[in-house]
Design a protein around this ligand. Structure first.
Ligand code: FA5
Length: 372
C-alpha cells in the first residue's frame, strides 16, 4: 500500500480551488434567482444541486485529498452546497406563493354570475295538455284512473261489446302482441283508453266518476292529423239516475275550461259498440266562432271554414258493458267519452302538423314555455 499523498495540495485540484468553488456557488445562486417558474427551477436544481452538478462532482474529489486537506476543502464545498440548497428552498417557496396567487386570480369564480345558463328540459306539451284536460274533470270531482298500454284483448274489445267476428273490431287497426290461445285472451297494444272503463268499474265501489289519460296505438300512418302512437282522455260516470244531459253538461264545462267560455257544443249521431246512443262531439270553432262558414273572404284554417271542430266520441254506456263489469244495469246507468289529446293540442295551440309532436325538436317544445 502506498503512503498517504501528504504532498497533494488541494489548491492544485481545480474543482476544489476556493475561487472555483466560489464561482460554482455564484453561478448556482444566479441561476436560482433567475428561474422564473417552478419548471425552470426544477431544471436549475438538477443542474446545480443534482448528482452530476459541478459542486457534487467537486465534493467527490475531496476523498482523493490527503486527510489534512480534506477538512478545509470539505467545509468550503459543503458551505457552498448548503447555500445553494437554502437558496433553492427559498426560491421554491417564493415561486409556489406566486403560482398560488396567480391561480387565485386566473381561476377566480364570479359567484354573482347567473348560476345556470344551460337550457333546462321541459315536459312535452302533450303531457301538460293531457294533464290540463284531466284537471278540468278533477275540478268537477272526477278521479284519475289508469290502465296498461299492453292490454288484454278481452278488455280492449270483448268487454266493450266488440264481438269476435263483429266488423267493429276492424274500426280500429290493431297492433296484435300475442294471439289468444287455450281460452286465454290475446294481448294487443290498446287501441283506445276505453278498456279503462271496465278496469275502473271492476276495481272500485259505485258510483264511479273517473278520467283516464293515456297512450294508445293504431296501425295508422303518421301524417298531419294521425299518428300510430297518440293519446286519449277517457271519461266515465256510472251512478244512479245518470242521463245524457249530464254528459252534455260535463262536455260543455270541459270546452269552457280548455278553450274559453261561451263556445257551443253539439252531438252528431255516431256508432260505438260500447255506447248506445253514441255521438261525435263537436265544439264551435273558437277562432272564427262560425263566422267563416260560407264566407270565402274570411277562411278559417282552424276549422277549415266548417264552423265546428270534432274533439272526440261519446255516448251512454251500453248495458252489456255494465254487465261485463258486474254492474246492475237496472239500477245504474252511465256515460263515457274519449277525447283526442293530440287534436286538443292542435286546436288549442294552432299546431298544424302532428309530425311536430313526435319529432322531438326542442324548438317545438320550448315554444310552449319551460313548464315542468
Ligand atoms: C274511440 O277511440 C272511442 N274509444 C271513443 C269513445 C270513448 C267513444 C267512450 C264513446 C265512449 P275514436 O276512434 O273516434 O273513438 O277516437 C277518439 C279520438 O281519438 C278521435 O276523435 C281523435 O281525436 C283521436 N284519434 C283517433 N285516431 C287517432 C290517430 N291515429 N292519431 C291521433 N289521434 C287519433
Amino acid at each position: 500500500m502506498s503512503a498517504p499523498n501528504n504532498s497533494f495540495d488541494p489548491v492544485e485540484v481545480t474543482a476544489l480551488h476556493p475561487d472555483e468553488v466560489a464561482r460554482m456557488r455564484e453561478e448556482a445562486l444566479a441561476a436560482i434567482a433567475a428561474a422564473g417558474d417552478l419548471a425552470r427551477l426544477k431544471e436549475v436544481r438538477l443542474a446545480h444541486a443534482g448528482d452530476r452538478s459541478p459542486l457534487a462532482l467537486a465534493n467527490r474529489e475531496i476523498g482523493a485529498l490527503p486527510p489534512a486537506a480534506r477538512s478545509e476543502a470539505g467545509k468550503r464545498v459543503g458551505g457552498a452546497r448548503r447555500d445553494v440548497s437554502e437558496a433553492l428552498k427559498r426560491r421554491q417557496a417564493e415561486l409556489e406563493e406566486e403560482r398560488d396567487a396567480r391561480v387565485l386570480v386566473e381561476e377566480a369564480v364570479d359567484v354573482t354570475l347567473p348560476w345556470d345558463r344551460r337550457h333546462r328540459g321541459a315536459r312535452h306539451p302533450l303531457t301538460t295538455v293531457a294533464e290540463r284536460m284531466a284537471d278540468i274533470f278533477v275540478g268537477m270531482g272526477f278521479e284519475v284512473a289508469e290502465g296498461p298500454e299492453v292490454e288484454a284483448e278481452w278488455f280492449n274489445f270483448d268487454a266493450l261489446n266488440f264481438l269476435p267476428d263483429h266488423p267493429a273490431r276492424t274500426m280500429q287497426d290493431t297492433f296484435f302482441v300475442e294471439s289468444a290461445a287455450g281460452g286465454d285472451s290475446g294481448l294487443v297494444l290498446r287501441t283506445h283508453t276505453s278498456p279503462v272503463q271496465v278496469r275502473a268499474l271492476l276495481g272500485r265501489e259505485l258510483p264511479v266518476y273517473v278520467v283516464a289519460p293515456g297512450r294508445t296505438f293504431r296501425t295508422d300512418e303518421l301524417d298531419a292529423t294521425h299518428s300510430p302512437v297518440f293519446h286519449q282522455l277517457e271519461g266515465m260516470v256510472v251512478d244512479e239516475g245518470i242521463t245524457m244531459a249530464h254528459l252534455r253538461g260535463a262536455i260543455d264545462a270541459f270546452v269552457s275550461g280548455m278553450f274559453g267560455s261561451g263556445l257551443r257544443t253539439r252531438f252528431r249521431p255516431s256508432y260505438f259498440p260500447f255506447t248506445e246512443p253514441s255521438a261525435e262531439v263537436d265544439m264551435e270553432c273558437f277562432v272564427c266562432r262560425g263566422a267563416s262558414v260560407g264566407d270565402p273572404d274570411a277562411p278559417c284554417r282552424t276549422c277549415g271554414s266548417e264552423g265546428w271542430i270534432e274533439i272526440g266520441g261519446c255516448g251512454v254506456m251500453n248495458p252489456r258493458v255494465l254487465v261485463a263489469a258486474g254492474v246492475d244495469p237496472e239500477r245504474y246507468s252511465g256515460w263515457a267519452f274519449g277525447l283526442g289529446v293530440e287534436r286538443t293540442l292542435m286546436f288549442a295551440h294552432g299546431v298544424r302538423d302532428m309530425h311536430d309532436m313526435v319529432e322531438g325538436d326542442v324548438r317545438f317544445t320550448s315554444a310552449f314555455g319551460m313548464e315542468i
